[in-house]
Write a protein that binds this ligand. Sequence first.
Ligand SMILES: CC(C)(COP(=O)(O)OP(=O)(O)OC[C@H]1O[C@@H](n2cnc3c(N)ncnc32)[C@H](O)[C@@H]1OP(=O)(O)O)[C@@H](O)C(=O)NCCC(=O)NCCS
Length: 164
Amino acid sequence: MRIRALTDEDAPAWREIRARMLREHPEAFGEDADEFLARELPELCDRIRDGRVMGAWIDGTLAGTVGWFVGRGAKRKHVAEIWGMYVAPETRRAGAARALLRAAVEASDAVGVRVWELGVEENNHSALKLYESEGFAVWGVERDAYRFSGRSVNVLHMSRFADA
Ligand SMILES: CC(C)(COP(=O)(O)OP(=O)(O)OC[C@H]1O[C@@H](n2cnc3c(N)ncnc32)[C@H](O)[C@@H]1OP(=O)(O)O)[C@@H](O)C(=O)NCCC(=O)NCCS
């Protein structure tokens, strides 16, 4: 497995895997799959650059991703949001998600991030276990955070602190 930041050339592969995660797990992500697929490639390249998306490559295929972005402005540049964590079902339980999360934390730490935040659907026990084992703790619940197909999803907010 190889973990590296995605570049513009990876935008088509990222579009494919992101569409897959949004369709397979609508409860886990805040973005709608059809809205995502309506975006043009240049916009996806901007998101890869701005969001700094890390990819896990297994046998030459993009098998997992996670993104991070830093808060804007002097007062928020120590805070990063982690988003878009996904590993394809056929490659799960092999450590890809943990490796991706560590790579995102390490890369953001290198540019001065000291607080990491993320949201996770309240019944997503696999992801919760992963995040707790990497030092994240729940500090709040956002009720009715996402609505789709007549469903409503509650999201737990978690943070990790460099000095904890
Ligand atoms: C959650 C997800 C990213 C984990 O990916 P993964 O590559 O299988 O995870 P890893 O192999 O790196 O496992 C890391 C830890 O996560 C936890 N974990 C992962 N899958 C688990 C499962 N099915 N049951 C219980 N714990 C699990 C464990 O603590 C595991 O550590 P361990 O192997 O030492 O026990 C993956 O299941 C996924 O993509 N799920 C759908 C999308 C999603 O929910 N994304 C998160 C949005 S917040």
